[in-house]
Design a protein around this ligand. Structure first.
Ligand SMILES: C[S@@+](CC[C@H](N)C(=O)[O-])C[C@H]1O[C@@H](n2cnc3c(N)ncnc32)[C@H](O)[C@@H]1O
Length: 294
């Protein structure tokens, strides 16, 4: 009678080691193993000598392959946590960036300043070019009583934002309204002169810079989310110049920029008639966000 020797499957420990060797990145390795096993790192460490189900091994191989082809981790996982809010990330939207988490922090500081000036009012925020919705969703999650109108001209992005919104805590989700359209054209007219904070992470790459972007950005983020036009400043200019009319008294505009755009952004805010403007830095000390007040 012939006997078939079943080859025992790999343990999580063996998979961890093999994945780490292939990726050369311990943090990415941990993220992929947590994703595939459905366990957090602490639980996984307790199960290291268990054998992984074959379906998990196949899925891990596929995710590792995508990482090795240069796909950003957030896209490989298909979801990401932005300031504590879990969002779906796919080919329809920009991968949320850590610098944008800081931009949200600057917007929230402006909201808090306005709440000190006008206590008790429900603050009104607009997020222009919402993409996956991360800016809008994190603001309503972090500031009770704040209402956010989030816009995008790209309908596919709005589908992603809608699906991320549907997974937000129910009460916070009622305070976000999604609208389609070009920058300020997407807004209802009754918001004119009443917005406390306008926040935006617009496209700010120049057409000629696109080919030189890192492949992980150029090949995976939507072109329309990255590239503004020949100079890279086109969308920033449109947003800054029209903002004062839409803002309430003491309101603020917070816009993410590329570090080399700091001086131009300050000049634009002066031309627009803002009372004061500063450029805030990211954690690496690079100019990253225009904060302008009427
Ligand atoms: C850099 S992405 C930012 C996405 C998201 N807010 C974030 O921070 O991850 C820019 C977004 O602006 C949108 N957008 C580009 N041009 C636009 C326009 N003219 N009007 C409205 N939205 C626009 C893009 O579709 C994209 O979702």
């Amino acid at each position: 009678m012939s006997q078939r020797a079943e080859s025992p499957g790999a343990t999580w420990r063996q998979l961890w080691r093999a994945t780490s060797e292939k990726l050369g990145d311990p943090v990415h390795t941990r993220w992929l193993l947590e994703e595939v096993s459905g366990a957090d790192a602490a639980a996984l460490l307790r199960r290291l000598d268990d054998r992984a189900p074959p379906t998990d091994v196949v899925r891990l191989e596929s995710l590792v392959r995508r990482c090795l082809q240069g796909e950003p981790l957030q896209r490989v996982l298909g979801h990401w946590t932005f300031r504590g809010v879990e969002v779906v990330v796919d080919s329809r939207v920009l991968v949320p960036r850590p610098e944008t988490e800081l931009v949200v922090g600057f917007a929230i500081s402006e909201l808090d300043r306005l709440c000190r000036l006008r206590p008790g009012d429900g603050a009104i925020v607009v997020d222009l070019g919402t993409g996956s919705g991360v800016i809008a969703l994190s603001i309503v999650s972090e500031r009770e009583g704040t209402f956010v109108t989030a816009t995008d001209r790209d309908l596919a992005s709005l589908e992603v934002a809608e699906s991320n919104l549907s997974r937000l805590a129910a009460e916070a989700a009622t305070r976000v309204q999604l609208r389609a359209g070009d920058w300020y054209e997407a807004l209802p007219e009754d918001l004119f002169g009443r917005i406390d904070v306008i926040v935006s992470n617009p496209p700010y790459v120049a057409e000629r810079e696109w080919a030189d972007l890192e492949p992980a950005v150029r090949d995976f983020d939507p072109f329309g989310a990255l590239v503004a036009g020949p100079s890279g400043l086109e969308d920033i200019e449109e947003i800054v110049l029209s903002a004062p009319g839409w803002l309430a008294e003491h309101g603020a505009l917070v816009v993410e920029i590329a570090p080399h755009q700091a001086l131009s952004a300050l000049e634009l805010s002066r031309s627009a008639g803002f009372r004061e403007a500063v450029v805030e830095e990211d954690l690496a000390g690079r100019p990253r966000a225009l904060v302008a007040r009427v």
